[in-house]
Design a protein. Structure first.
Length: 156
C-alpha cells in the first residue's frame, strides 16, 4: 500500500458519513418508495465502506511490514492489476455483445470465460456453472419477474 492510503481512506469514510447524515434530512424512504435522500444515502454508504476497506487494508499492510513481510511472498505469482484488467475488459466486451448476440448466449460465453480463468485445468465445472447460472438468471428475471432481456440474432 502507498503512504497516503490511510489518510485517503479516512477522508472517503468521512465524506461517506456526511452523505449519509445529509441524506437523512431529505428523507431516505424505503426500497419500495424511495425518498429524495435514498440515492445519496446509498452512495454515502458505498463511499464509507470503500474508505473503511482502504483504512483496514492500510493498517494490515503496515502490520505486515512491521512483522517483516514486505508483500513479495504474497505477490510472487502475479500482479494485482492483471485480474482487474481482465475483468474490466470482459465487462466491456459483454456490454458490447449483449444486444447483438443476446442475453443467454453472451452471458454463457462470458461466464464460462470467467469461470475458466478461476479453474484453468477443468472444463466441465465452468460449463456446468455457466449453464446453471444462465438458466437460473433467465428463470428468475425473465420468467418470474418478466424482465425483458435482449434476444439478439438467435432470437431467444
Amino acid at each position: 500500500m502507498r503512504k497516503f492510503d490511510l489518510a485517503g481512506g479516512l477522508i472517503w469514510f468521512i465524506i461517506g458519513t456526511c452523505f449519509c447524515i445529509g441524506s437523512i434530512r431529505f428523507g431516505v424512504g424505503s426500497f419500495g418508495r424511495p425518498g429524495p435522500g435514498f440515492m445519496p444515502f446509498i452512495s454515502g454508504t458505498l463511499l464509507g465502506f470503500s474508505g473503511l476497506i482502504l483504512i483496514l487494508s492500510s493498517i494490515g499492510e503496515r502490520l505486515r511490514v512491521e512483522e517483516g513481510l514486505d508483500g513479495k511472498e504474497i505477490r510472487a505469482k502475479g500482479s494485482r492489476k492483471r485480474p482487474l484488467f481482465v475483468l474490466l475488459l470482459t465487462l466491456f466486451g459483454y456490454g458490447l455483445l449483449l444486444e447483438f448476440i443476446g442475453f443467454i448466449v453472451t452471458t454463457f460465453i462470458f461466464l464460462f470465460f470467467l469461470f475458466k480463468l478461476t479453474a484453468p485445468k477443468a472444463w466441465i465445472i465452468p460449463l456446468i456453472f455457466s449453464g446453471v447460472t444462465v438458466i437460473l438468471s433467465y428463470l428468475i428475471f425473465s420468467i418470474w419477474l418478466r424482465f425483458p432481456f435482449p434476444r439478439g440474432i438467435f432470437n431467444f
